[in-house]
Design a protein around this ligand. Structure first.
Ligand code: GBH
Length: 464
């Protein structure tokens, strides 16, 4: 059993959704199989200089072929929830039209394999792999892409909807906006601020249209967005820094949260963009009603805080991980969860990503010692637990990531997995963090009070 930490054992609810997360392009490989079309990441990763070492997702962790072994790994870890994404170009190779049966079949096998092992599927519809054919037709700059997304979502709901209890629409619209269209580090590699926020609006619209599409099928599955949220703190104690942090928060958090949950874009961000911006010009009557269609759960991804200086710049305050953008600050998990509940009400929450890259190597004895990941997850779980104790309705927690994978522009150099992937052999090796996480989950199950003897608060106990 796990030693009790200084703060004592942490008690999580019996039905807490202990999970792990992945996304299609980052793990599947099999880029040309079973009728899959090209995505913007196939294109982008082939442009010289765009990804480290010229890495692509052509093979990745070969999950498309090894999914059964990966399902067994998940069962061995005791996972109760698995969050993955569906590749749009596997379902609609050109982004429109009749669904490709072989693509749907892969996800049906995966989902059935999860159910067989008692693991609850949580499926994301879009984790950045836009069909290239749609990018050729202006991609997310075109309002039409939101409607294409709704058609794709409808096809997926009709084929798989009865087997997936929880859907997520768009993974991190903000990252598409910022990395795809502002700084250009991600596909499609643009640097065009005016386009970027129009893209934000169309991604939000796409989300709302997909929510409508699910409701129209009569499904009782749940659906929500997946947002990466950043607590934004003033870097210094001055009114200028406070004001700068507030506007920064508008662009990082409220642009997405307010439109989804309050039915309006934040006035300070709209004013900053200006009335002649493409985004403001692109908002039509009724759009905000679509975007703010009621959701069933809100998926939050937390990695790092942001400290904003008086001039609107940023600075680092805490140690960074192997990813230079990530400062390790577990308290930010507590702050962002309690803030969402305070400002937007008690919407059911799930953490769909939290984790860090560590400099993992396989030792001579075949083990991978990622002590930094254990400490990180322990501290972030403790912060999430404190948020729950403060009233945050958090249902589940998914480590990013189940497997080492294609970390976008960073290629395969950064290892984010609980499970090490030896790419030449595609062998999977549980890191120490994986066996630690397994014991956290097992402990939660074994310390469940016997029938008739509920714990003091009716919940299971987990030592850390
Ligand atoms: C998530 O993004 C993604 O959903 C997931 O696919 C990814 O693998 C995981 O986190 C780990 O990164 O260096 O200036 O280009 C998290 C948000 C946005 C953080 C882009 C890194 C790159 C900044 N990410 N950002 S830059």
């Amino acid at each position: 059993s796990i030693p009790t930490g200084p703060a004592g054992p942490l008690r999580f609810p019996d039905n807490f959704g202990w999970g792990a997360a992945t996304s299609a392009y980052q793990i599947e490989g099999a880029a040309k199989e079973d009728g899959r079309g090209e995505s913007v990441w196939d294109t982008f990763s082939r442009v010289p200089g765009r990804t480290r070492n010229g890495d692509t997702g052509d093979v990745a962790a070969d999950h498309y072929h090894r999914y059964a072994e990966d399902l067994d790994l998940m069962r061995d870890l005791g996972l109760r929830s698995y969050r993955f994404s569906i590749s749009w170009p596997r379902i609609q190779p050109d982004g429109t039209g009749a669904p490709n049966q072989r693509g749907l079949d892969f996800y049906r096998r995966l989902i059935d394999g999860l159910h067989d092992r008692g693991i609850s599927p949580m499926a994301t519809l879009f984790h950045w792999d836009l069909p290239q054919a749609l990018q050729d037709a202006e991609g997310w700059e075109s309002r039409d892409t939101a409607y294409r997304f709704a058609d794709y979502a409808d096809a997926v709901f009709r084929a798989l909807g009865d087997r997936v209890p929880a859907w997520l629409t768009i993974n991190e619209p903000k990252t598409v906006v910022q990395n795809g269209y502002l700084i250009g580090h991600h596909a499609p590699g643009r640097q065009d601020p005016d386009a970027a926020y129009l893209v934000a609006h169309h991604l939000q619209l796409a989300h709302g249209l997909a929510v409508d599409a699910l409701r129209a099928t009569g499904s009782d599955s749940r659906i929500g967005p997946a947002l990466n949220l950043h607590p934004c703190y003033p870097a210094e104690d001055s009114p200028q820094a406070a004001a700068a942090a507030r506007l920064y928060d508008g662009y990082e958090n409220r642009l997405y949260l307010d439109s989804l949950l309050k039915g309006s874009y934040p006035a300070d961000v709209l004013a900053d963009l200006g009335p002649r911006s493409r985004m403001v010009q692109g908002i039509r009557d009724g759009d905000l009603a679509i975007i703010s269609a009621p959701i069933d759960l809100l998926a939050v991804q937390y990695y790092t805080p942001i400290y904003v200086t008086a001039d609107g710049g940023t600075e680092h305050r805490w140690a960074t991980s192997e990813a230079e953008w990530q400062q390790i600050y577990p308290e930010g998990m507590y702050d962002i969860l309690t803030r969402v509940t305070r400002d937007y009400g008690p919407i059911p929450l799930t953490i769909t990503e939290n984790g860090l890259p560590t400099p993992d190597t396989m030792g001579p004895d075949g083990t991978v010692d990622d002590a930094g990941r254990i400490a990180f997850l322990r501290d972030h779980l403790a912060a999430a637990h404190r948020a729950m104790a403060a009233g945050v309705p958090l249902e589940s927690f998914h480590v990013w990531s189940l497997l080492d994978n294609f970390e976008w522009a960073e290629g395969y150099d950064q290892r984010w997995g609980l499970v090490y992937v030896d790419y030449p052999s595609q062998r999977r090796v549980l890191k120490k963090s994986a066996t630690w996480y397994r014991s956290v989950i097992a402990d939660a199950a074994s310390e469940r009070p016997p029938p008739g003897q509920p714990g003091p608060d009716g919940s299971a106990s987990v030592s850390r």
